[in-house]
Write a protein that binds this ligand. Structure first.
Ligand SMILES: [Zn+2]
Length: 403
């Protein structure tokens, strides 16, 4: 049986009573059909109301396709024949502000930027409109916001009704109805007239501020996100908090923040370059020190060294510096939770580092690693300095005698 939808003529009543006409289920949850309801079911881009029926939470409200009955989906079972309903007030007002704001904004987009609304999406924390233009200029965005907020300030009356067919034919609707049967029309103070089944405020002043917060191109369309009333205030509050924190940290005026951030980014880039140069110098001098301690084998010289935790890139650089010298073999290790072995040799040394690495890896129980004859790396298992030194020692023993 079709439910009488009381919210059509009154968006403000939140407490009501009704008779239960059917007990059913919706997606495995208990659901009730009432003879009349103020609960708004999901539809037209607007999420459903929530609230309670005889104290049991209503977690979703849906329209049944077959007979347009309104299904009140419950958190638990309810066997009463009569119920008292209460709709969650803050959520309803938020939806009313955004649904009404959307009508105003869609018309403002059409008038101030010739951008026509293609679709509307609404969720608990985000509301968007897609318009049929790939880009709008900054001036157009400003003009759209100015116009929309002027309609709010003028506090125009909003009227929703079901016109007779002849009256409907005379109305210049922005959006043609996509429903069969009786069409509900919403007139926002003569500014925007469109077909809509949603809940709206009685006067545009209740929408509060309308603010476009971001927009992005989506193919040939633009999706804009906007906030109205309470959500716009919370958004302003959150952003103001962030700005104030940054202003205090950077000790600049908020209008100077973009320049200040750019300055920090530039400094950071310069410092990174300087740090890289200094590190290279350090590694270079470290290589020189290690070369002094190299042991000779025939014409080759061998450097072995284990570090207790160190950045892999830096040790790799060290291996490169060492093996730039003819006849050099560098067998280096980094101890830690994910130990690493880095074996390298000069071009004129005829020994395969990946074979040596395998020997050392098996000593620490790892099979992860490999490389080329002149450089090989692996590890990834936990190993101490002592364990790595022993593994490197075994690899060194396996090294063929230098020519
Ligand atoms: Zn609407």
């Amino acid at each position: 049986m079709t439910t009488e939808r009381l919210y059509y003529s009154d968006s403000y009543t939140l407490d009501f009573d009704a008779h239960v006409v059917e007990q059913t289920t919706y997606k495995q949850r208990p659901a009730l059909v009432l003879d009349r309801t103020y609960f708004y079911p999901e539809g037209g881009g607007q999420p459903s109301d929530t609230g309670v029926l005889n104290g049991v939470p209503v977690i979703d409200v849906q329209t049944r396709e077959t007979d347009r009955a309104v299904l009140h989906v419950l958190d638990g079972k309810l066997n009463d024949a009569r119920v008292e309903g209460r709709i969650e007030a803050a959520r309803r007002l938020d939806h009313m502000q955004h649904h009404s704001g959307q009508h105003v904004l869609s018309q403002a987009l059409s008038r101030a930027a010739q951008a026509e609304t293609l679709s509307v999406h609404m969720s608990a924390d985000k509301m968007t409109i897609d318009v049929n233009r790939p880009a709008l200029s900054l001036d157009e965005w400003l003009a759209v916001e100015e116009l929309a907020n002027r309609i709010v300030l003028e506090d125009r009356a909003v009227r929703a009704w079901f016109p007779e067919p002849d009256e409907l034919a005379r109305l210049a609707l922005r959006k043609l109805p996509d429903v069969q049967g009786k069409v509900r029309v919403v007139d926002v103070g003569g500014f925007d007239i469109t077909a809509c089944g949603g809940t709206h405020v009685a006067r545009t002043g209740e929408i509060g501020l309308i603010k476009i917060v971001r927009f992005e191109r989506r193919g040939e369309a633009t999706r804009l996100e906007f906030k109205c009333g309470g959500r716009a205030l919370r958004d302003y509050r959150d952003k103001n908090d962030v700005i104030n924190r940054l202003v205090s940290d950077m000790t600049v005026g908020y209008w100077e923040l973009p320049d200040a951030v750019k300055r920090v980014q530039d400094e950071n880039k310069t410092l990174r370059a300087e740090l890289k140069a200094v590190r290279e110098q350090l590694v270079e001098s470290e290589a020189q020190t290690l070369l002094q301690k190299a042991t000779a084998r025939g014409d080759w010289r061998i450097v072995t060294q284990v570090f207790d935790g160190r950045e892999v890139g830096e040790v790799k650089l060290l291996a490169q510096k060492l093996t730039a010298q003819p006849g050099m073999v560098a067998l280096l290790g980094i101890a830690g939770e994910k130990a690493q072995l880095l074996f390298g040799r000069a071009e004129n040394v005829e020994a395969d580092m990946s074979v040596l690495l395998k020997t050392a890896l098996s000593a620490i129980g790892s099979e992860r690693g490999g490389g080329r004859p002149n450089f090989a790396q692996g590890g990834g298992v936990p190993a101490t300095v002592t364990q790595l030194a022993e593994a490197i020692h075994q690899a060194e023993q396996a090294l063929p005698a230098g020519s």
